[in-house]
Design a protein around this ligand. Structure first.
Ligand SMILES: [Zn+2]
Ligand SMILES: [Zn+2]
Length: 410
């Protein structure tokens, strides 16, 4: 049965109507349409829209199937109303050859609950040094037209220029993850009042804006097309608006979280608010909404980027938050779950060295990061306070150790 009758749906949010579909053709729209033997779907006043397209997802296959696969990612997309998703190139191996983009494309054809369009890497291995095989990826079965090193910025101006020139030949587009790397070294959150109060390394708006300004000028200079991923600041909006008014071929996207949330939420230390680019201020959020409404921003894209629970090697600095439970103080650290011990968080456990209490815990996932023995002068911590960006204020652990040794001598 190829005919489907959708009954009582608010087409594009209007009054409830019936829609008769025959194969790939919408045959009739009206009220009280006869079912004519068609399969009937009772919409019960739900809104009927064309399939959504997500221009920015990370499906993690090949290489990180523990995070996501084409099958699980497209199943989630389809249940959210998406009929097509674009898959970013930062897989393992990187989607920087015709072979890998074809593999992702085929996985989409075979297992996909919706269409999967692979995005090709701009540079070999996302390393920013040498252009990837853009032409070969375009000519492959995957027919790649969008190229991005997303997760990393194409920060070398000459490489960016060459990429723009190259894709121009076949009407392609370079999608930039605008993040000046030197300005964001050690960044943990938006640079501003909240980062200053929390003592966390700042990711300044200018690190995004300076790359966007450079890239729209490069696109104009070579007469090519650039797309800006996940716009997050009021200044970025102003630059894109200016570029469009000048006739530069630029498009821009924004994520739902940057339209809805602000950096005030980082005060909770809840790692779900740890995103890249970071959540910005209310002023930025309002500017992004206005830009979406007036067409300066072209599309909402999710940047769906799943990380497995235990994975700290994420796009936004390999960082975790560890809390010292005796003082309540939180440190931004890197740590190695390979050495994690299993102990109940809120009660004393018996060990062969006597009673022990959890002294440090990872706030991301409640992994035990430190133990204090109660019957012996001994404690342990197993994270690396110095191994990640952020405040390096773990000297108190050495002080604690020294006073423990001195206590023994006395
Ligand atoms: Zn990105
Ligand atoms: Zn992304």
């Amino acid at each position: 049965m190829s005919k489907i009758l959708i009954r009582g749906a608010k087409v594009l949010g209007g009054e409830p109507q019936d829609v008769l579909i025959d194969g790939e053709v919408i045959e009739a729209v009206g009220t009280g349409l006869p079912d004519d033997g068609a399969e009937v779907v009772e919409a019960q006043g739900k809104v009927l829209l064309p399939g959504l397209v997500d221009l920015h997802t990370h499906l993690r296959e090949p290489g990180r199937e523990d995070s996501e696969t084409v099958l699980t990612g497209t199943r989630a997309a389809a249940s959210g109303g998406y009929t097509a998703v674009f898959a970013m190139a930062n897989t393992f191996p990187v989607a920087d050859t015709a072979g890998v983009v074809e593999q992702v494309y085929r996985l989409g054809q075979e297992h996909g609950y919706c269409d999967v369009q692979p995005i090709g890497a701009v540079t070999v291995g996302l390393e920013g040094r040498k252009l990837a095989e853009l032409g070969a990826m375009h000519e492959s079965a995957a027919g790649v037209t969008v190229f991005s090193d997303d997760g990393k910025c194409v920060d070398d101006a000459v490489i960016m220029r060459r990429a723009l020139e190259y894709v121009k030949a076949f009407g392609g587009v370079v999608a930039q993850h605008a993040q000046e790397p030197r300005l964001t070294e050690g960044a943990q959150m938006n640079e501003g009042v909240v980062s200053a109060e929390l003592g966390l390394g700042g990711w300044p708006a200018v690190a995004e804006e300076s790359i966007i300004a450079r890239d729209v000028l490069l696109a104009e200079h070579v007469g090519s097309r650039v797309h800006i991923c996940h716009l997050s600041t009021a200044g970025s909006v102003e630059i894109v608006r200016w570029a469009k008014s000048r006739g530069i071929d630029v498009t821009a996207e924004v994520t739902p979280h940057h339209l809805l949330l602000t950096d005030e939420l980082v005060r909770t230390y809840n790692p779900v608010y740890k995103v890249n680019p970071p959540l910005r201020t209310e002023r930025d959020v309002l500017a992004l909404r206005e830009a979406l409404a007036d067409g300066t921003i072209d599309i909402v894209a999710t940047d769906h980027a799943p990380h497995p629970h235990e994975d700290k090697d994420c796009e936004w600095a390999a960082a975790a938050m560890v809390q010292d439970r005796t003082t309540g103080k939180v440190e931004v650290t890197a740590h190695n779950h390979g050495f994690a011990v299993d102990a109940p968080l809120d009660k004393v456990s018996e060990t062969k060295f006597g009673r022990a209490e959890v002294s440090h815990v990872c706030l991301n996932d409640d992994v035990v990061e430190g133990l204090q023995l109660l019957d012996q002068p001994a404690f342990s911590v197993q994270y690396h306070p110095e191994a990640a960006a952020g405040p390096h204020d773990a000297a108190y652990l050495f002080d604690r150790f020294v006073s423990l040794m001195e206590g023994q001598r006395a």
